[in-house]
Write a protein that binds this ligand. Structure first.
Ligand code: NAD
Length: 498
């Protein structure tokens, strides 16, 4: 049995906790490795190593830090194929999608290559008589990231890419379900020239997360995962004086107006609802057609489209999507489908009986489609995170826009229409953080910023882009003058610009 070790201070580190978690190959259902879980003492040792590295790294000039990011980008491109193969073998997504996972993270690294420019700061000459004011962003200090299973390359890079570029060392606690790629990324970071201890990976579950959230040397924690845990991380981390950004779950809606191009909508919905087996926080699992005619037509076309979908193993280049991450997750999705039936929604396509010949023990589940889903249903209110598309019919634009706006989650949303005015009004009014207009998965590019609203995110700064830079830095503002001549009197009244 292969053991996956921690990565601390520039090398593999074998812990002694005796606690492990099985890492499966979702295609075969077999255990392929086991990942070590760290003790509190081991986590403290990683933190001490990172804190030591912090001193030299924050003193390294931004251009030299950027050069490490440039080299890191080159190394990831060099190793793209092997990283994607590992990623697919632990996560289950198809190889092309794994490359997308890595590439979207790499785009944050590209943004981080420009860090000297972004950190230049602000300067006002002559803010008062002979007074200049300037602000600079300084590294916050040692930071940590806790990441989910569904993007084991992209999400760690969202976090450490920015944190390291601005001058912080970093502790990553990746998902225990697919931990190998995060370790490889740390190895590549060292190969790219980052000093030992600047990026460390420790594995674990709640106990490792708690050790991070309460450690006095860790200044900030970035979390991405499900909402209840995100809320817990936010509360615990902030109670211990840390900056916390905690992204949670999602239930993204796609509104289809009567004038939308239905041929295109069906293609977009199919990819966005079923791609990566629906295990994306920006998947589109709820479709809201406006008007009966649109709904009936859409349903007919969706059924035909779903019939063409191919579910296969991750290395099958013809497969649209692969297995889900674990047997438990597969069972949870199947349970949700049954709950949907029991609460009165119409199960138009049932993916539960799908089996892949030769891979009967793999965690596969076929695509499912529900119609007649209603606002009060549990399966509408909660995140399923599987290949299940739910149709909620609306009579009017107002009824449709109210659905995502009032939902507990507010990560992404999309509208499909040819009417620019309706789309503009939708974008302005909808109570959701990321909006697509004829774009089914509106994940913003790396130099913009990623973050949802409501129970999809706790804390007030987003991932990557300038928001990410703000999260990992602290601002210092200097007001300076160089007086000459006579001594001035004390001022007992606050100076103003009046
Ligand atoms: P998860 O919440 O189970 O796990 C996320 C991280 O928290 C992992 O590192 C895990 O080890 C740790 N963890 C697990 N249980 C914990 C506990 N009780 N206390 C503290 N930490 C704990 O999430 P997941 O299943 O790995 O990922 C899927 C979820 O992530 C979905 O809800 C999805 O919507 C969400 N997600 C959100 C975004 C976003 O940006 N909003 C992006 C990707 C995924």
């Amino acid at each position: 049995m292969r053991d996956i070790a921690h990565f601390v201070n520039g090398q593999a580190f074998n812990g002694a906790s005796g606690r492990f978690c099985d890492v499966f190959n979702p295609n075969t259902g077999e255990v392929q490795a086991r990942v070590q879980f760290a003790t509190d003492g081991e986590i403290d040792a990683a933190v001490q190593a990172a804190a030591k590295a912090q001193v030299g790294w924050e003193a390294t000039n931004p251009q030299r830090r950027a050069r490490v990011m440039f080299e890191f980008k080159r190394l990831i491109e060099r190793d793209m194929n092997s990283l994607a193969e590992i990623l697919s073998s632990e996560h289950g997504k198809v190889i092309a999608d794994s490359k997308g996972d890595i590439q979207r993270g790499l785009e944050v690294i590209e943004f981080a290559c420009g860090i000297p420019h972004i950190l230049k700061g602000e300067y006002t000459e002559g803010a008062g008589p002979g007074i200049d004011v300037y602000s600079m962003r300084q590294p916050l200090g040692l930071c940590a990231g806790i990441t989910p299973f569904n993007f084991p390359a992209m999400i760690p890079m969202w976090m450490f890419g920015i944190s390291i570029a601005v001058g912080n060392s970093f502790i990553l606690k990746p998902s225990e379900k697919d931990p190998t790629v995060p370790v490889k990324l740390a190895e590549l970071m060292m190969e790219a020239g980052a000093p030992e201890g600047v990026l460390n990976v420790i594995h674990g579950d709640k106990s490792a997360v708690d050790a991070i959230l309460t450690h006095p040397l860790i200044r900030a924690v970035s979390f991405v995962g499900s909402s209840d845990i995100a809320h817990y991380v936010y509360q615990t981390g902030t109670a211990h004086g840390k900056r916390v950004q905690a992204m949670g779950g999602a239930k993204n809606h796609g509104l289809v107006l009567p004038d939308a191009d239905l041929d295109q909508v069906v293609k977009d919905l199919s990819g966005a609802a079923f791609g990566s087996a629906g295990e994306r926080c920006m998947a589109l699992p709820v479709v809201v057609p406006v008007g009966k005619k649109t709904a009936d037509e859409l349903r007919e076309r969706l059924v035909a489209e779903i019939d063409t979908l191919k579910v296969g193993i991750s290395t099958d280049t013809a497969a649209h999507y692969g297995p889900v991450v674990s047997a438990q997750h597969r069972a949870k999705i199947a349970d949700y489908i049954q709950i949907g039936v029991d609460e009165g929604a119409e199960l138009v396509v049932d993916g539960r009986d799908f089996h892949l010949q030769g891979f009967e023990k793999g965690f596969f589940i076929g695509p499912s489609l529900f119609d007649g889903v209603k606002k009060g249903m549990k399966t509408y209110q909660e995140e399923i995170f599987g290949p299940v598309l739910q149709m909620v019919r609306a009579e009017s634009f107002e009824e449709a826009i109210a659905l995502p706006s009032e939902h507990q989650y507010g990560n992404g949303v999309a509208i499909f229409t040819r009417n620019g005015r309706a789309a503009r009004e939708f974008a302005a009014r909808v109570n959701v953080g990321m909006v697509g207009i004829n774009v089914p998965i509106p994940v913003p590019v790396a130099y913009h910023t990623f973050g949802g609203w409501k129970r999809s995110a706790f804390g007030d700064t987003n991932q990557h882009g300038v928001e990410g830079v703000k999260f990992y830095t602290k601002v210092k503002t200097v007001t300076a003058r160089w007086p000459e001549g006579d001594v001035e009197d004390s001022a007992f009244v606050i100076p103003t610009m009046k």
